[in-house]
Every structure is written in C-alpha cells, then in structure tokens.
Design a protein around this ligand. Structure first.
Ligand code: DQA
Length: 144
C-alpha cells in the first residue's frame, strides 16, 4: 500500500496558525501520529507539503511514475479556486481523497465551495488529523 499525501499552502504553519480552528499540533506531530496509527506492514506514506500551486501540480504528475494506490490531498485555500489542480487530478486518473482539518461548510461562505470535490473519490471535512487516517483506511479497505 503506497499513498502520496499532499498538503498545500499554510499547512506548514499548523500548531501556530489559528489554533482555535486547526489545533496546537504541528504538521510533523500529525505525521508522526498517523505513521504510528497505521498498523499494516509494508505501507508507505509519502508526505509532501508546499506553499506553491505549481509544485502541487508537479507532484500530482510525478505520481504517475510511482505506482501509488491513492493520493490524499489537503490543498488548503487552493481547494476553493484552483481549476489547475482540479485538471491535474482529473488527468492523472489516480484515486484521490480530499481532506480538510476544519469543517469548510461551517466557516466563511467562500470556503463552502470546493472545485476539486467532484474529481475526487471522496471528501472528508472537520475530523482534524483523523481525516487523513480515515482516508488512508478507505484506500486500505479497497485493496485488502
Ligand atoms: C483547510 C481549509 C481551507 O479553507 C483553508 O484555506 C486551509 C486549511 C483545512 O484543512 O481545513 O488552509 O484546507
């Protein structure tokens, strides 16, 4: 089981950024917790974070060369307007799950729209770090 996990802009600031919304854990804390929680042998989670739209697109394209079973993406604010990321997800045809730590439907109006949602297998919102784990389990149950 090989999964690419992509985190977009400002998620490198987790732990210090709007802690009332995103909590006090850093992205590294979350990664450590997930790596410890995924208890199947031979799993490989490839983590990537960037603040740049084009780097997300390049990473999605590169995924084609690496035989991933799935991609999990938290595209940050790009979720709400990046047709370029949407097109990349459509183009690569690797099952992708969209994850948001917060409940984007219970915040400002502009966050309620995801331009990626309908090219993704599933969208998970408002579950905090557990959202990534739920997405990983979704891929595991498809292949076991
Ligand atoms: C987010 C929600 C987005 O609206 C926001 O721009 C983020 C984080 C989330 O994980 O809840 O940066 O994707």
């Amino acid at each position: 089981m090989k999964i690419q996990i992509i985190n977009g802009p400002n998620l490198n600031l987790l732990g210090g950024r709007e802690v009332d919304i995103y909590g006090i854990e850093t992205l590294d804390d979350i990664i450590e917790w997930i790596e410890a929680s995924v208890n199947i042998e031979n799993h490989s989670l490839e983590w990537f974070q960037t603040n740049h739209e084009g780097e997300i697109i390049d990473k999605l394209h590169e995924s084609l060369e690496h035989n991933f079973d799935g991609i999990i993406i938290n595209p940050g604010a790009y979720t709400h307007y990046s047709y370029a990321i949407r097109d990349a997800i459509s183009a690569i045809k690797i099952d992708t799950i969209e994850v948001h730590l917060s409940d984007i439907y219970d915040r400002e109006e502009f966050r309620r729209n995801s331009v990626l949602k309908d090219v993704c297998l599933k969208q998970i919102v408002g579950q905090g770090k557990n959202g990534y784990l739920l997405a990983i389990k979704q891929f595991m149950h498809r292949t076991t």
